[in-house]
Ligand binder design. Structure first.
Ligand SMILES: NC(=O)c1ccc[n+]([C@@H]2O[C@H](COP(=O)([O-])OP(=O)(O)OC[C@H]3O[C@@H](n4cnc5c(N)ncnc54)[C@H](OP(=O)(O)O)[C@@H]3O)[C@@H](O)[C@H]2O)c1
Length: 338
């Protein structure tokens, strides 16, 4: 058994592999034999040492994995060996075998594949949390989605359509126009078009009901300007801090220095809200669990279906991450640990 390890902060050359020593799970824990692990943008940031919530190096990344329970610790109820689960690992999911608290192993319905399960947790959970739980998404709403072709972006578009949102505006690189349009969004080329103008134009000058912004820095202010009265902005990332597979402190500093300070009085006068969202710091795991329950039901009804860009053998993890650095993914990237 092997797992991926980030040896120190830096580029792709800092990624290594190490053996996993399996022991009997501690009480209230289960061991999962992993089939698929999801790659998230945050994994790139933490490899570069730009992610505050990450453990100290060396560590194994990976928020989510799907697989089968291979051993059960004392006191665990309701789970059995061989059961197919989604493991919300927190960290450590990039591994052939991982031990987690039993409550973080979510049983999968027979109809859900390991690919769909590993593509559902973080991306759909985050999109649902912002748009539905915080944002009170309604039929007829208009929504601005950045990174529209990525993991969270594709999930957000599907959730919006399932709730009857009508005006979806999605920004991405120019090569993704057809893909973004196929998801029901008005495509905006992030490098050559003004998304604020497009949002205003598509809503008769009012602006959109919600905007989800993972770019950060001064980009947040433009997303805020795209909102209507009563609109909500979700700040949930800082992708502008990353300029490639090597760490650039210049990009990180530029993002941080250009981050706006929202003034509550101005927000009051314009009837707009700003949410900060960090799914790793919800503090109440039952919130995320209930999102996953709602999403499983939507998946079973065919309202959502994770879009898998590609599945890479785990030993090719550096190539898989380079694929994301190169902005080539359309949907979710997975690692194969089976
Ligand atoms: N706060 C939370 O709890 C939370 C949870 C999940 C995700 N997130 C954030 O949501 C965003 C999306 O996450 P994801 O995992 O679904 O990733 P993703 O959107 O699939 O990420 C890859 C895509 O991001 C776009 N991108 C923008 N800036 C980039 C850069 N500097 N380097 C490489 N690609 C860049 C590229 O597409 P285009 O350039 O074509 O748009 C690329 O294809 C990330 O910022 C992530 O940190 C936050």
């Amino acid at each position: 058994m092997e797992r991926v390890v980030y040896t120190k902060a830096g580029g792709l050359e800092t990624i290594g592999l190490e053996p996993v020593k399996e022991t009997e799970p501690k009480p209230e824990m289960v061991r999962v034999r992993v089939h698929r692990a999801g790659i998230n943008f945050a994994d790139l940031m933490m490899r570069q040492g730009l992610y505050g919530a990450a453990p100290d190096f060396p560590f194994t990344p990976g928020y989510e994995a799907s697989g089968e329970i291979s051993a059960i610790g004392e006191g665990v109820e309701g789970l059995e060996i061989g059961q197919r689960v989604l493991a919300m690992t927190g960290f450590g999911g990039y591994s052939q075998s991982v031990e987690i608290e039993a409550g973080r192993a979510i049983p999968l319905p027979d109809s859900m594949s390991f690919d769909a399960a590993a593509g559902l947790g973080v991306t759909y959970g985050t999109a649902y949390h912002m748009l539905v739980y915080l944002g009170n998404l309604q039929a007829g709403d208009s929504v601005l989605i950045h990174h529209a072709a990525g993991g969270v972006g594709t999930a957000a578009a599907q959730i919006c359509l399932a709730y009857g949102a009508t005006n979806l505006i999605g920004t991405a690189s120019s090569t993704k126009k057809e893909f973004v349009e196929s998801l029901g969004m008005r495509f905006v080329d992030k490098d050559s078009e003004d998304f604020v103008q497009v949002c205003k134009k598509m809503t008769g000058g009012k602006g959109v009901n919600q905007a989800i912004d993972p770019v950060g820095g001064s980009h947040l202010l433009r997303s805020y300007k795209a909102l209507c009265s009563g609109g909500k902005l979700h700040c949930f990332g800082a992708s502008s801090a990353i300029s490639g597979s090597k760490r650039s402190m210049f990009s990180a500093l530029k993002m941080w220095r250009s981050t706006p300070k929202f003034d509550p009085l101005k927000m009051m006068n314009s009837n707009k809200a700003v949410f900060g969202v960090h799914m790793g710091r919800l503090g109440d795991e039952s919130i995320f669990a209930s999102h996953l329950q709602a999403l499983s039901a939507m998946l079973e009804k065919g309202q959502i279906e994770p879009i898998i860009d590609s599945v890479w053998p785990y030993r090719k993890v550096a190539d898989a991450q380079q694929h994301m650095h190169d902005r080539k993914n359309r949907g979710k990237i997975l690692l194969d640990f089976s």
